[in-house]
Design a protein around this ligand. Sequence first.
Ligand code: MLT
Length: 257
Amino acid sequence: MTTPLALAYEERGSGPALVFVHGFPLDRRMWIGQLEGLAKLRRCVALDLRGHGLSVIDDPNPGFSMDLFADDVAATMDELGVEQADICGLSMGGYVAFAFWRRHRARVRSMILCDTKSEADGDEAKAGREKTAQLVREQGMDLLWDQLGPKLLGSNPTEDARAQLHTMFLAQPPAMIAADALAMRDRPDSTQDLGGINVPVLWIHGEEDQLMPIDGARASAEKVSGSTFVAIPGGGHMAPMENPKAANAALSAFLKG
Ligand code: MLT
């Protein structure tokens, strides 16, 4: 069994901890707008999942899973002296948040689920993950950017958001991104967990998310009793990064409540 790892992170602010988990194939820097905007309310901690950003690992062929990522989040909270946190994940980070809920629920004060979904991959999507893993292993990140980059943002992205995303995307080691793809292929369905989530939940979703259309997320949100759903205008799959003002307003209202 792989030992959980205390991850690299960036933090701002003080008070109760709010832990941010990035999506695929990115790193903690996608949350800079939230760290800057929410530091007055929380100790905001943005993590680099293992193999991403500054959480470098020395393994050319790693095996990842959402459970392992969740256990790394718990190990990092131990390192930070944080018993309980608000857990915020985007897309793959949301899959990690669901795994964290299953494995460490006493440590969850609330959940914020951004541009994510509870369903597992179907057969076609699983085959796509294998192609993605092979593509990045053989050709690096550029071709994946060409395929996926345009689908991540809404219809009218700022040049700044596009450039930041591109930089982050190309900075990730292909072997780690291949391992992410296979871990997402193998993730379980979290839909049956939704009805049992008994902490406050906020869903944030870009109105123009092409990868995970907003109606699916609304349907999932309805399965979590008392959860709040906020649609982000102009936001694609990277809604908190694309429209930090609207996302932070939703987060602030939720956290103050
Ligand atoms: C992500 O943004 O993390 C990915 O789009 C998730 C996925 O491919 O399922």
